[in-house]
Design a protein around this ligand. Structure first.
Ligand SMILES: Nc1ncnc2c1ncn2[C@@H]1O[C@H](COP(=O)(O)OP(=O)(O)OP(=O)(O)O)[C@@H](O)[C@H]1O
Length: 342
């Protein structure tokens, strides 16, 4: 649905030139919910604003639904933008217009007949669960309701793509969840492709099918969410994952464990059905090692389960090697965190 090819964005400032995006390439499949995560200043907003040419790229191509946006005239681009909705952290609703009038706004600009507008607004109010707020003004709404209006307005022209720039960052955790659930419903009902820019891994964990990690103007890692969570390739991806699955052991405990003879600390990560396997019992039965559980956690990763377990295994070097082999043969991701004196 979206292809980003060799995208470069440079800004000129008093301090000199800033390269906000440095030859970024990404392919976003139709119907996916694609999360792009990065620290402050990584280039996220610039990237999402380049996707509908709110920000003009310095180089490269943006192809949406087969159309190269960077090659279009202003008139063609205005038309192409009707296929790309966008929502923002601070909603940007028109304060002097009611909810229904805000949602109608893009249709008025597109020259849609009045009768059609009123029918479409009705449908959209129903889609976002705001039928009873049609005549309210933005100032009378909660943050979550304002974002629902933002979503309805973004979908008014029936776009195939929805861009979300930190769409839940101004909301409390519960409202965030309700907006994420709404976006997931819309994705499933309408087959809409969603691109979500965020600095929060919990947003990715809830609804994204794919993830790209952006760091200092480069995409350092991307792929299906499950693959990146189970085997992150970059330090920055590991850091983001640890914000929701914190698995670092305290320094003093690590120091003490390092003095143990014939032992090693292993971290096991597992997905989906593996979560209900009696891993430790099987391990102890099969390999003649002893296990000390140091840390464990399990949570939802979209519609599957993701778990992490940190163990100290004790045994001879041969036994420890066998234990590692055994765990790997069970399709678990195993990482040796620290080996003892042994
Ligand atoms: N209009 C601009 N003029 C000059 N530099 C800019 C401009 N907009 C962004 N930048 C710079 O480009 C880089 C990327 O900024 P961007 O806003 O895309 O990052 P971000 O990942 O969205 O960060 P945040 O989460 O803090 O918004 C930063 O170094 C920023 O200072």
């Amino acid at each position: 649905m979206i292809q980003i090819k060799q995208l470069v964005k440079k800004y000129s400032s008093r301090q000199g030139q800033v390269v906000a995006l440095d030859h970024v390439n990404l392919h976003i499949s139709p119907g996916s919910i694609y999360g792009i995560i990065g620290l402050s200043g990584a280039g996220k907003s610039t990237l999402v604003r380049c996707l509908n040419l709110l920000e003009k790229p310095s180089g490269g191509e943006i192809i949406v639904a087969g159309q190269n946006l960077t090659a279009l005239s202003s008139k063609e681009l205005r038309k192409a933008r009707q296929n790309i909705g966008m929502i923002f952290q601070h909603f940007y609703l028109l304060q002097s217009r009611t909810v229904a009038e805000n949602i109608a706004f893009p249709l008025e600009i597109a020259g849609t007949p009045k009768k059609e507008i009123s029918q479409r607004v009705k449908e959209l109010l129903h889609l976002v669960g705001l039928e009873d707020k049609a005549a309210a003004y933005p100032a009378q709404l909660s943050g979550g309701q304002k974002q629902r209006v933002g979503i309805a307005r973004a979908l008014a022209t029936k776009p195939q793509v929805l861009l979300c720039d930190e769409a839940t960052s101004a909301l409390d955790p519960q409202t965030t969840l309700s907006i994420l659930n709404l976006l997931r419903d819309i994705n499933q009902k309408l087959g809409l492709t969603i691109v979500m820019i965020t600095h929060e891994m919990k947003v990715i964990k809830e609804i994204c099918t794919d993830i790209a990690v952006i760091h200092e103007a480069h995409i350092v890692e991307n792929g299906p969410v499950e693959s990146v969570f189970i085997k992150p390739q970059s330090d920055i991806a590991r850091q983001f994952i640890s914000t929701i699955f914190p698995n670092e052991l305290p320094e003093d405990l690590l120091k003490e464990l390092a003095t143990h003879r014939d032992s090693e600390i292993v971290r096991i990560q597992f997905l989906g059905s593996r979560a209900s396997d009696p891993i430790i019992t099987d391990l102890l039965r099969t390999c003649d090692v002893r296990a000390n559980i140091l840390y464990g956690s399990i949570d939802h990763l979209r519609s599957t389960l993701f778990g992490t377990l940190t163990l100290e295994l004790q045994g001879s070097p041969d036994q420890l090697q066998e234990a590692r082999r055994y765990l790997a043969s069970r399709d678990l991701n195993v990482e040796v965190v620290q080996s003892g004196l042994g």
